[in-house]
Ligand binder design. Structure first.
Ligand SMILES: [Zn+2]
Ligand SMILES: [Zn+2]
Length: 371
């Protein structure tokens, strides 16, 4: 083994000293967004390279198509093909995956990589697959819409999905407890965002949610993690996959620590093009924790993608129908909150500056990579 060179030792020393200052993972809070440089560039995300594939269709051989196949495999559109790696050949399996994806996301079913399809593909999204164990979900699993190639719009038909086998928390469950990974040292403000997200589901069902300090015995365990964190679903840095959660009664709820999570203030006014609204993602993932899969209804919180700088926290009728199918309704629910629930952040116009009070949650990347 070679003796380490001096420059290698210096680099190592730098990383060690840096990591020692970050032994405790704490949320760094930036109360005043105006101190940031405005960011006018389009958000750079994990899947940006897919934009180069515009126009690719059946028969093409193009650098990067193998990565796109991995993307489709990850979200359930191409079945796993071990032991060989994916090729850059635009084959029948890829065309079929694209058509299914286009149906699920209400796009024209062209079977090739047109602009609108790629724009959807590169959006940040939930890490939970759209099609699980080959079971068709979302639009593509629904018989009566597959004939139309025009953009279908669904407002009256239920499009929520459930996980295969329809797992749910046991009959008679009245209260679920949740706890935060002690290693994250989250502030009360951040915890309050999750409480608000749980309340959105509690409002329409008879379920209640209670925070507990006991992480390992809680029904739902929430943690921020970076990169590979041991469950075979590594996170990918800024944008790309934002979070994932497991179906009942697993209870694991993981968020990508490398996102620019916005915990308060108007995310739509963020100077940062990579800002992601924490409550929006939390509401979505709690849907999974309770048993909902992805929906093709774009307004539903269970739609798989969410743009950066976007807030979507109000349950749509589709979400409500899905959760009430599993757990029944809340006797106190008057059936009107789907459109009238308060948008506590975006209507919070107490500060007239476009850079109004705004809080960002970030984590030390090194903590997760070196320790
Ligand atoms: Zn999801
Ligand atoms: Zn995970």
């Amino acid at each position: 083994m070679n003796k380490p060179q001096s420059h290698q030792l210096i680099i190592l020393a730098f990383f060690v000293s840096f990591s020692l200052t970050n032994l405790v993972v704490s949320a760094r809070v930036f109360p005043n967004v105006s101190s940031w440089l405005p960011d006018h560039a389009p958000p750079r995300g994990a899947w940006d390279a897919f934009r180069n594939l515009t126009g690719c269709h059946l028969g093409d051989n193009y650098d990067g198509l193998a990565n796109l196949k991995s993307y489709f495999e990850r979200f359930g559109y191409i079945s796993h093909a071990p032991p060989s790696n994916f090729s850059d050949q635009f084959d029948d399996a890829l065309e079929s995956a694209i058509k299914t994806y286009q149906k699920n996301f209400n796009l024209n079913v062209t079977g090739f990589l047109d602009d609108s399809t790629l724009q959807q593909i590169v959006l940040p999204r939930c890490g939970v697959a759209d099609i699980i164990n080959g079971t068709s979900t979302m639009n593509a699993g629904k018989q009566n819409e597959t004939a139309s190639s025009s953009k279908p719009r669904f407002h009256t038909v239920a499009h929520y999905t459930l996980f295969p086998g329809m797992p749910r928390w046991p009959e008679g469950t009245e209260e679920l407890t949740y706890a935060f990974n002690p290693g994250n040292s989250l502030s009360e403000t951040v915890k309050g965002v999750f409480a608000a997200a749980f309340a959105r589901w509690a409002e329409v069902t008879s379920l209640k949610f209670r925070e507990t300090a006991s992480y390992f015995s809680a029904d739902i365990r929430i943690g921020f993690f970076s990169g590979d964190h041991g469950d075979g679903e590594p996170f990918d840095g800024s944008l790309g996959t934002l979070a994932h959660a497991f179906s009942p009664t697993n209870g694991r709820f993981h968020l990508d620590a490398d996102e620019d999570w916005v915990v308060s203030g108007d995310v739509t006014q963020s100077a940062l093009s990579t800002a992601v609204d924490l409550e929006s993602v939390a509401v979505h993932e709690i849907g999974h924790l309770l048993g909902l899969g992805h929906s093709s209804v774009e307004e539903a919180v269970m739609f798989p993608t969410i743009s950066s700088r976007r807030k979507k926290v109000v349950l749509a009728q589709d979400d409500i129908q899905g959760i009430q199918y599993l757990y029944g309704t809340n006797p106190n629910y008057n059936g009107s909150s789907a459109t009238s629930a308060p948008e506590r952040d975006s209507s919070d116009g107490s500060n007239s500056s476009p850079w109004s009070v705004f809080t960002l949650l970030t984590f030390s990347y090194l903590y997760f990579t070196l320790l």
